[in-house]
Design a protein around this ligand. Structure first.
Ligand code: PLP
Length: 363
């Protein structure tokens, strides 16, 4: 069978759907033709087949291993994107007379707040909207009668990330869509974590949900079957047809993570890549960073030009050198280089060289 070339064709800095490890793409391409020598594509096998049940089991056990989860936590692979978790979390965790607090660190937090408000009392405890979400708010008091405190760990659009979790008397519920598995986490602080796969875990089409069992069973409202976490816990994420291929690719990515030293090794690599790119942004006279220095994201590096008339020319040079997906989100402008787990440091070096070279020519 002909293999997909392992060679990197482009340096993919896209924010999402985003880069996956070359070996994962290769294996996924092969499985689309013939899965494990079954004489069938993974795209055409039953979700009840022992072959897929094994894939799902490995995806769950790898998640458990990577995050050191004990039996208090359940691991689910759902559909509907992280956006469905904005309401599913509140619907399942927030009693009618309950109260939850949210920290607003950008577009995704704002959407989470809007959807949660359908189900109970929501307090926006802190926000960085006053400075276009360029920092992570800190030092706010957290009441101990809240059902949970919701955070967005990494702000994909603005390039900020929590580097210290708030000290909190209540469980954290966290959207980790764009930084899940980028570093080890202190799991005992979290009552629920959700992450759309397509940033740092796999392709679009599945959402990882990790929920501590004691968070559930506290609400009296009627929840439609498909939107009830308990349904998916009882049926092992297979109440209905799960997204077979996205789960398979997530499983492969986690196999790659484990083979490459797990989350501690990943954090070290991510820190090296980020240091390389932020170092160039700080040293290069043409560019400046957008996010507050201490809150800079390891995953999404946002920067602008001091002279923005050079922006389109810089993007052309990036593209000529094979660096794609570097244009910033419209709500921040400038540039955003997403350097997720699968991004090799060699690709970051290519972008850094392009920036250096551009400054030399324009300086
Ligand atoms: C992309 C993103 C989302 C939205 O994910 P969907 O799967 O498209 O619903 C939510 N939160 C964060 C932090 C994201 O980066």
């Amino acid at each position: 069978m002909e293999l997909v070339s392992k060679q990197i064709k482009k340096h993919n800095f896209s924010a999402g759907p985003a880069i996956l490890p070359a070996s994962v793409i290769n294996e996924a391409a092969n499985a689309a033709k013939d899965f494990n020598g079954m004489g069938l594509s993974i795209l055409e096998i039953s979700h009840r087949s022992p072959e897929f049940v094994q894939v799902l089991d490995e995806a769950v056990s790898s998640t458990r291993e990577l995050l050191n989860l004990n039996d208090d936590y359940e691991v689910l692979f759902l559909t509907g994107g992280a956006s469905s978790q904005f309401f599913m979390t509140a619907m399942n965790l927030l009693p009618q007379d309950g109260k939850a607090a949210y920290i607003n660190t950008g577009t995704w937090s704002s959407k989470a707040i809007k959807e949660a408000k359908y189900f109970g009392s929501i307090e926006e405890l802190a926000s960085s909207k006053d400075q276009n979400f360029s920092y992570i708010p800190k030092g706010y008091p957290i009441a101990d009668d809240l059902n949970y405190l919701h955070l967005t760990s990494n702000n994909t659009i603005y390039g900020t990330q929590y580097h210290d979790w708030p000290t909190t008397p209540v469980p954290l519920v966290c959207d980790m869509s764009s930084d899940i598995f980028c570093r080890p986490i202190d799991i005992h602080k979290f009552g629920l974590i959700y992450a759309g796969a397509q940033k740092n875990l796999g392709p679009a089409g599945t959402t990882l949900v990790i929920v501590r069992k004691d968070m559930l069973g506290k609400v009296k409202r009627n929840i439609p079957t498909m939107l009830d976490y308990q349904t998916h816990i009882n049926k092992n994420s297979s109440f209905n047809t799960p997204p077979v291929y996205p789960i398979y690719v997530c499983m492969l990515t986690m196999r790659w993570l484990r083979a490459n030293g797990g989350l501690e090794a990943m954090e070290k690599k991510n820190e090296e890549k980020a240091a390389l790119l932020y170092g160039e942004i700080d040293a290069n006279p043409l560019f400046k960073g957008v996010a507050n220095t201490e809150d800079r994201s390891l995953m999404n590096v946002t920067f602008v030009m001091n002279d923005n008339t050079l922006e389109s020319e810089f993007l052309e040079v990036c593209s000529a050198e094979g660096c794609v997906g570097v244009k910033g989100h419209r709500s921040v402008g400038g540039f955003r280089a997403s350097i997720y787990n699968a991004m090799p440091i060699e690709s970051v070096q290519v972008l850094v060289d392009v920036m250096k070279d551009f400054a030399e020519r324009k300086g």
